[in-house]
Write a protein that binds this ligand. Sequence first.
Ligand code: GLU
Length: 438
Amino acid sequence: MKNPQIAPIPAASLNPSLPSYLAADHLGPWGIYLQQVDRVTPYLGSMSRWVETLKRPKRTMIVDVPIQLDDGTHAHFEGYRVQHNTTRGPGKGGVRFHPEVTLSEVMALAAWMSIKNAAVNVPFGGAKGGVRVDPKVLSQAELQRVTRRYTSEIGVIIGPSKDIPAPDVNTNERIMAWMMDTYSQNIGATATGVVTGKPVDIGGSLGRREATGRGVFTVGMEAASRMGLEVKGAAVAVQGFGNVGAVAAHLFEGAGARVVAVQDAHGTVYKESGLDVQRLKAHHDKSGSVAGYDQAETLTQDAFWDVPCDIMIPAALEQQITTSNAPRIQAKMIIEGANGPTTPLADDILNDRGILVLPDVIANAGGVTVSYFEWVQDFSSFFWSEDEINQRLVQILKKALDAIWTTAEEHKVSLRTATFIIACQRILHAHDLRGLYP
Ligand code: GLU
């Protein structure tokens, strides 16, 4: 019965496409993801009847992560693990430690993992995790306590056949080792397959560390040859000089390209004839940033977007390419090393300007592809050579890109929409086969 005393529910929270707790949060990464799904729905044919399942995460967990700081006081951090979809296999996706990470961001990142894993056809669903913490202000001991408590809290929903975390922004092999150990201690058995991106000595895979950057390079080279772009001598601008940006820059330099600009959170360096990537990396490793590198010019952060270049690689965070800089970008091709670096409106501007965008969900899929190899190796306790891994990686990415390219031409859509068409078809077809329980 209606209670007249209860105030009417605001219209926004009645939006049926959003879970009620997110009704007000229409913008940001999750809003972008929902728009991407809406764009692709007309191409899903009979499978579109299941599309609602992609618009809400299967399982969302928020945990409190209390730790003792080195000075004896206590601090609480908020942690998340979102399993967006597990229809094609266990949840799979990284964990990021960042002071600004939010639940809706992790939801979007988990959803993009579902799309990515389906696009490269590895037997995983999509998941992601995060802790709202600035790891740079923690000691190693505090970081270990945050990692272990977070792992223990999400321990009930992760596992080698349930959901497998991996590195993402500000997390690395060291942190994966602690996660693997914590989970293993809690269940009383060594479970190497619970996370990927581990050190090689405890079940990690050769080639995993470089895999995302190698994937960016592989997909970029393949697309360049399809569009007739000569990589030798081409100018490359890279945003983000972490595990993805630095490896991609190194590989493009090796292919004869000039890495003319590199930007990170603290600075932008530019050299028309090409930066020496190895030297820049040594400076970055020592000082923590590309800023202050004296073998190049320094640019303002905003000037990065005006740099004359042929290839641009955003390999940092979300929502970097927006309506304010998309009209200024001079590149012929953008390879999205980061997850969600381009807003939908900016995407339209780039498409209208004839700039080819290799979307995140294929461009950075190299990482999770080698994560899949790591997981398989852990299950069989039989480890492959680096050559074997790199060969299989290239094979999978080329095959995926070929299918995406054909779909894009067939429907006259962007590569992003084409990737979503293929991925959503695969997920929803699996959903159709499995049926709805009960
Ligand atoms: N964090 C990486 C990504 O966004 C890798 C995920 C994984 O290996 O599971 O794709």
